[in-house]
Design a protein around this ligand. Structure first.
Ligand SMILES: *Cc1c(COP(=O)(O)O)cnc(C)c1O
Length: 380
């Protein structure tokens, strides 16, 4: 019998999630229309240990609202890691500001304090460090630069629910922290996102901006400004609450999957896996291999070989400064010259299947296929 294709990512959904969504479909109307949002937001704020959590339709909207609430706008610069999903950077353009792409650290694959500092100019208002693939940067060092240089931090924790730095949860290291609940992420609501913050002023400003310029609870339909409509549905909130009840299990499963890969690939020469520096906890959203350039294989070729074996992988994010989307950005040329680590790491790196339904046997097969794909390169 042919092996089923192994998908690159996907959630774990149980009867609890199905029951909660069915209940919301029946109950989340009339006087209960807000019940499931409140439940999800309160539980998420408690999980993180922050004052406020706002459920949103996406992480992209959470970054957009964070920038607007901080007052970032035309003429301002915002430092974003060069190697991340474009959603980390796109909202900078939405508000009329300019993204400046910082290099990543060779080990954590996240923005380093030095790379942030190298990008700061008198126009810099904010930085959006990313907890890439569930790994965390050196937050103490980044926060020290942020404080000293007066640069606000928005933490993009889209990929890092359950990760920790010195015992503190990812998503709590900036003025705001943002999460994604896209179907590929560790905790999912189908599509969805969340803005977390301890700052009541930012939370209240975001609440107006996300509802067409009216304060929460407004019954007068009297808008004070033209703004946005960014709301999660009650059905999604119910799904998110159910997933959050299982968060320890979901993160433990991700860590177990990574452990299996480490057993299989930990000592393969020329292959580097996700890092977990001392004092941190990686929730391993995507198990990732960086292949040494001596192996002579690029990510496209590696993905094609694994695809032929029935395995879905993803390329490590391409540097944003290399994408057609940013071809017209004057800063991108500087980034292409400066960000040697990001360009080197990204060239020969792939995300391996990391879905929550993955089995030990799947991991053994993926690892064996990867080793075969790499040995073919060495032979020729
Ligand atoms: C998934 C992701 C986002 C965007 O999340 P959406 O919910 O799709 O808007 C942002 N940043 C990073 C790093 C992501 O991986």
């Amino acid at each position: 019998m042919a092996r089923k294709r192994i998908p690159v990512s996907g959630p774990s959904i149980t009867q609890l999630e199905v029951d909660c969504v069915a209940e919301a479909a029946r109950e989340a109307w009339y006087e209960n229309h807000n019940r499931y949002h409140v439940r999800f937001e309160e539980a998420f704020a408690e999980y993180l240990g922050v004052r406020h959590a706002m459920a949103l339709p996406s992480c992209t909207s959470a970054i957009h609202l964070s920038l607007l609430a901080l007052g970032v706008g035309p003429g301002d610069e915002v430092v974003v890691p060069d190697v991340t999903w474009i959603a980390s950077a796109a909202p900078v353009t939405y508000v009329g500001a300019t993204p400046v792409f910082a290099d990543i650290d060779a080990s954590t694959w996240c923005m380093s304090a030095a790379s942030l500092e190298a990008c700061i100019t008198p126009r810099t208002r904010a930085a959006i460090p990313v907890d890439l693939y569930g790994g965390v940067p050196d937050w103490d060092a980044l926060r020290a630069v942020s404080k000293r240089r007066g640069v606000a931090i928005i933490e993009d924790a889209a990929e890092a629910v359950g990760s920790e730095y010195r015992g503190r949860k990812a998503g709590t290291f900036g003025e705001t922290g943002v999460f994604s609940f896209h179907g590929s992420k560790t905790l999912t609501t189908g599509e969805g996102g969340l803005l977390a913050t301890d700052r009541t002023d930012l939370y209240e400003r975001a609440a107006v901006l996300r509802d067409h310029g009216r304060p929460p609870g407004d019954r007068a339909f009297y808008n004070t400004e033209v703004a946005h409509k960014y709301k999660m549905s009650a059905l999604q909130a119910a799904l998110g609450w159910a997933q959050l009840q299982r968060i320890e299990e979901l993160v433990a499963r991700k860590r177990k999957i990574f452990g299996w890969y480490r057993e299989e690939l930990g000592v393969v020469p020329g292959v580097t896996l996700n890092a977990e520096p001392p004092g941190t906890k990686n929730s391993y959203w995507m198990v990732t291999v960086v292949v040494d350039s001596a192996c002579g294989v690029m990510k496209g070729e590696l993905i094609a070989r694994l695809d032929a074996a029935g395995i879905d992988c993803r390329p490590f994010f391409h540097p944003l400064s290399s994408l057609p989307a940013y071809a017209g950005l004057p800063h991108a040329a500087d980034a292409r010259r400066r960000n040697t680590v990001g360009y080197r790491v990204s060239r020969a790196a792939v995300n391996l299947p990391s879905g929550l339904n993955l089995t030990r046997d799947d991991v053994a097969y993926v690892a064996a296929s990867l080793k075969k794909a790499l040995s073919r390169t060495v032979e020729k």
